[in-house]
Design a protein around this ligand. Sequence first.
Ligand code: NAD
Length: 243
Amino acid sequence: MRTVIVSGASSGIGRATAERFARAGDFVVNLDVHAPPADAPTGPREGGGHLRWVEQDVADWEGVRTAVDEVRAERGRLDVVIANAGISVRHGILDLTEADARRTVDINLMGVLALWRHSVPHLLHQGGGVLLATASVNGTRGYPLYADYNASKAGVTSLCQTFAVELAPLIRTACVAPGAVLTPMQRAEYTDAMLDEVNARIPARRHARPEEIADVFHFLASPEAAFVSGQQFVVDGAETAGA
Ligand code: NAD
């Protein structure tokens, strides 16, 4: 049974991803600053997998190190690490405060770096593993009102490249860069009318479901993706293909 860490798996894309891996028989540990909702499954799963939540802020560098070390010590191995936790707050450049910007970078970029960095010694020690992360199409464009978020996601893509080159051939990396995904994050930021506007400009005419991102992560962590490393996979219903 593989041991998989997913950060930010109490909600949205992370939750769907954790459930996808557990359903396929993996032992999945969710590192999240918030508890999963009452209806989220925990414990043994059909298909032989297991889901567990550990309370952890990914912006806490040493806390992440301890959490990763504890998972590895208890499970005896670590196979796949998915750095997915993230936040997004809309604000124009003139409204952006230092505290806002630092929080975004601390969680979205430093949180990925901490989780990957502290996993590497364990993966190398056991002979290999896979590091995955959730980037965003926002990291590839200058989407207005998201200066700090866009920059944090571009940084994730850069980490994906450098870790792949420096740690090959034992460790593979990959990022998924979703377009619009209907999760609590989107619902918190957009009214229904705004969501309709977004759908209208996506050639697929809809948001992705979180499960559609989870399926891509599951492929990237599989032996079928053994020669995939250092790349970002845009999953956006063709939103950026013609832009
Ligand atoms: P979400 O708000 O539904 O879930 C985010 C999860 O991250 C939550 O469980 C939250 O508790 C957790 N989290 C937040 N801060 C944390 C911290 N400091 N430490 C640990 N956990 C923390 O959002 P989502 O839409 O599922 O987003 C997941 C990832 O996907 C994020 O990185 C986001 O930037 C990215 N993304 C989302 C979309 C989208 O349209 N929803 C598009 C592109 C990329």
